[in-house]
Design a binder for this molecule. Sequence first.
Ligand SMILES: O=C(O)CCC(=O)C(=O)O
Ligand SMILES: [Fe+2]
Length: 359
Amino acid sequence: MAPNLDDANSVFEFVVKQGNGIKGLVDSGLSKVPGVYVQPPNERIDKENAIKLELPPIDLSKLDDEVGEQIVRAAETLGFFQVINHGVPLHLLESLKDTAHKFFSLPLERKAVYLPPVTPSPTVKYGTSYLPEKEKALGWKDYILMQYTDDDEALRYWPQEIREVLLEYLRSSIVLVKKLVQILLENLGAKRDDPMIDVLIGTKTVAMIFYPTCPNPDVTVGIGRHSDIGMLTVLLQDDVGGLYVKIEEAMDYEKKAEWIEIPPVPGALVINVADMLQVLSNGKYRSAEHAVRNTNTNSRVSVPIFTMPLETAKMAPLPQVVEKDGIARYKEFMFGDYMNNIYENALDGKRLLNFAKIG
Ligand SMILES: O=C(O)CCC(=O)C(=O)O
Ligand SMILES: [Fe+2]
C-alpha cells in the first residue's frame, strides 16, 4: 500500500522496512519531495556554487614516470581523478550499467530477500539511503552492496542477475587498484612489491547504486557529503552526472566555488583516495569529501568498488613519511576499530578522520 507522504513513519516503513526503496516511492507517483527527504540547507549541493573538473582523464595505456606523476599529483590535490585505458573492458562497463538498471527494476520480492534481517549472507545487503535509522534526512538512493570473500561464496549468495558481471568487474578492477596503490605508495618510499599492499587492499566491496529521478533535486541529496573509509575507490558512473567533490582551501584550487563536479567521461572510471591512504601518506594524499546530487530528468546508476585494509591491519602513517615530515599526523589504530566507529555515526563529512588525528 502506498504510504502517507506527510507521515515520516509511514514513509520509513514503506521505503526502509518493506524494502520498496526510494525507487518504489517514486514509482508509486510522487510530485513533491516528502519531508523526510528534505535536507537542511547546509547539507544541500548548490549547483550554482560548483565548477566542472577540467583535469583531463589520465591515460593508463603507458604507465611511465610521467603518468605516475600525474596520478600522484591528482591524489595530492583533489584526491579524485578519472582514468581511461584502465584495463576494465568497455563492454563490461556498459553491461554493468544495464544490469544495475535491470536489478532495481525487479519486483520488490526479488530485492527484499537481501534486506539485512533476511539476507542469506551477511556479505550481501540491499538497502536505501546510508544509515536510515541514524540520519536526520534520508538520502535519495537505493543500493545493493556485496563484500567479496571468494568466488564460491559470491556465486552462491549474490543475486543471480548481477553476480557474473560484478565478479568480472572486480577481477579487472583489482589489477587496476593494485597498480595505482603501488605507484602512490612507492612515491612515499615503500617498495613496489611490498606484501603489505595486499593487506591494505585485502577487503573488497562492490555496490550498485540507483538514484531515481527527483521532483526537486535542490533540496535532496543522493548521498550526503562523506569521505570513503578505505584505501582507494573505483567508480563507474553513467552519463547523467551528479558527483561533486567539496573544495577545501588546501586543494590548490582558487576558492571561487564550493564544489567541483566530476563530469561523466565515456569509458572512464573515477578513482578516489580514501581515508586510509590519507593516513598512510601522513595527510599528503587527500581523501576528499564528496556527495551526489539528484536530477529531475533521469535516474542515475553508479557501480563503486571500495578497497579497504583487512580489519586487523594496523594503520599509521608510513615511517618513511613521518621521518621526512618530522611529525606523525595520525595515531596508530586498527582498521576494524575505525570502521566500527564510523558505522555508529551517520554521515559526518571529514569529521570521521578526527578519530585518528593527532593535534
Ligand atoms: O554514486 C556516486 O557517484 C558516488 C557514490 C559514493 O560516493 C559512495 O557510495 O561512497
Ligand atoms: Fe563515496
